[in-house]
Write a protein that binds this ligand. Structure first.
Ligand code: C2O
Ligand code: CU
Ligand code: CU
Length: 472
């Protein structure tokens, strides 16, 4: 009797074990690398280098940017074919000061066309780096401009018709930090790489051979299995018990991140185009593709050995390992800046933008992008109100569209007729429009030229959810 029970349970165990192995074997055969396996082998957070100008004086700086291919290690000991600026993945941080004249020397060392768009930078259309400024393989593009906007975290990425989304996915993205008199005087954490750290948050999937899997389902854009920060999968950062500033970029092709700490709150101090008027104490930060936010986390409220996780909903983004106490000379001022409101009385046009559909069906105002068509004419210096709405398309899964305008910073007037969110009361160049919502913005066009406006889900942009305006 006893023996029989024993044999039966042994048999059951053997079957379970066999089943387990079979399942595992099946999983390894199946193409995408599984998300859960690798998270214990986290790497330290890579810090992008600060790009040194190769020539500089009081008033101007010259920067070399090489767009190149390479390979990068993300998983195990596999090498992933990637692209980067002056390196194999992502790019350096370019730190500039308001008033400076900047000369960029961009050389395209890829075998294909690219362009370098300065997202958030207020410059003329011909310097903007959009689809009209293609840098063909092997050639050089040398735009120069004077920085004339408040301190902010901006970024740069390719913008060529048909390859924007894949080139960004392969690694082409970098940050620009703009400083000004005010930002320098505030005594915020601003020691780059020490207490002022960029966090470029993206998501990627991999094939079994280690190459990126760009899986375009044409619906919601390309969403990855792994979250990466500065090019490392769910990395960690050792921090002292001081205030730390993080310049967060949602550099994903399509994913929104809904950020929060595993324990405690933080202050948001800046949105896309610069400092907020006051630090905003918050527990969560929603950030859609293209948007930036600067936050301050005060690690002095934790103790040595604490592990504070930054998560997006339930997914790990990265971990902060809290170290020793340290004297902190930085401050979090009560007032960061004053933001002058754009004047409603100056508005000369009210325009509507309708973002509709999904995948192949995406449209902007009922049509798809055409580089030979100017959708809007604007006179230089004009202030306009844009009413952007996101209608429910064929499928209902999309939460909404991040809407972006080139070459300018705008202010959000209202969301569905109500007050904008607190963290949307500063300068913005990208605003998330939820499905079914209407967002009103006020925007001034201070620079001449042709500029894009589009959904920053890069697959939607590629599918034609983009228009162009001409300022003259
Ligand atoms: Cu981030 Cu049209 O760009
Ligand atoms: Cu842009
Ligand atoms: Cu979209």
């Amino acid at each position: 009797m006893q023996n029989r029970i024993l044999i039966r349970s042994a048999l059951a165990i053997v079957i379970i074990v066999l089943f387990y192995f079979a399942l595992n074997f099946y999983n390894t055969l199946n193409n995408p690398i599984n998300t859960n396996g690798n998270q214990s082998v986290n790497k330290p957070l890579p810090i992008p280098t600060l790009l040194e100008p190769f020539k500089t004086d009081e008033s101007s700086s010259d920067y070399d940017i090489k767009v190149q291919k390479g390979t990068t290690n993300f998983i195990g000991d596999m090498q992933t074919p990637t692209m980067g600026y002056n390196g194999s993945f992502l790019g350096p941080v370019i730190k500039v000061t308001r008033g400076q004249e900047i000369r960029m020397h961009v050389s395209n060392e890829l075998q294909v066309d690219t362009s370098v768009h300065w997202h958030g930078l207020e410059v003329e259309g011909s310097k903007d780096g959009g689809p009209h400024q293609v840098i063909s393989a092997g050639s050089l593009w040398q735009p120069s401009f004077t920085i004339d906007q408040p301190a902010a975290t901006l970024w740069f990425h390719p913008h060529v018709i048909g390859t924007t989304a894949t080139q960004v996915y392969y690694g082409l993205a970098g940050l620009i930090i703009v400083e000004d008199e005010n930002s320098k005087s505030l005594n915020l954490p601003d020691d780059y790489g020490v207490n002022d750290i960029p966090l470029i948050i993206q998501d990627r999937s991999f094939n079994r051979n280690g190459s990126f899997r760009y899986d375009n389902n044409m619906m919601d854009g390309v969403v990855g299995d792994y979250i990466m920060v500065n090019g490392a999968i769910t990395p960690y950062l050792d921090v002292k018990q001081t205030k730390m500033r993080f310049r967060i970029l949602n550099g994903a092709n399509a994913s929104n991140f809904n950020l929060r700490l595993s324990d405690g709150n933080f202050h948001q101090i800046a949105s896309d185009g610069g400092l907020l008027e006051k630090p905003l104490l918050t527990r969560t930060l929603f950030i859609s593709p293209g948007e930036r936010a600067e936050i301050i986390i005060d690690f002095s409220k934790y103790k040595e050995g604490d592990k504070i996780r930054l998560v997006s909903d339930n997914d790990l983004v990265m971990t902060f390992n809290v170290g020793a106490e340290m004297i902190d000379n930085t401050v979090l001022p009560e007032v960061l800046t004053t933001i002058e409101k754009l004047d409603i009385n100056q508005v000369t046009a009210i325009k509507t933008i309708e973002l509709d559909g999904m995948g192949h069906m995406v449209t902007l105002n009922g049509r798809k992008f055409d580089i030979n068509r100017i959708d809007d004419n604007v006179s230089l210096g004009a202030t306009e109100i844009w009413e952007i709405s996101s209608t429910r398309g064929m499928m209902m899964s999309s939460p909404g569209h991040p809407f972006h305008i080139h070459g300018t910073q705008f202010q959000v007037l209202s969301r569905n007729g109500g007050e904008p969110r607190e963290n949307e009361k500063g300068w913005k160049d990208t605003v998330f429009v939820r499905t079914g919502e209407t967002v009103r913005i006020i925007v001034q066009f201070k620079y001449k030229g042709i500029f894009m406006y589009h959904c920053h889900i890069l697959e939607h942009e590629e599918e034609g959810m983009m228009g162009q305006l001409e300022v003259e």
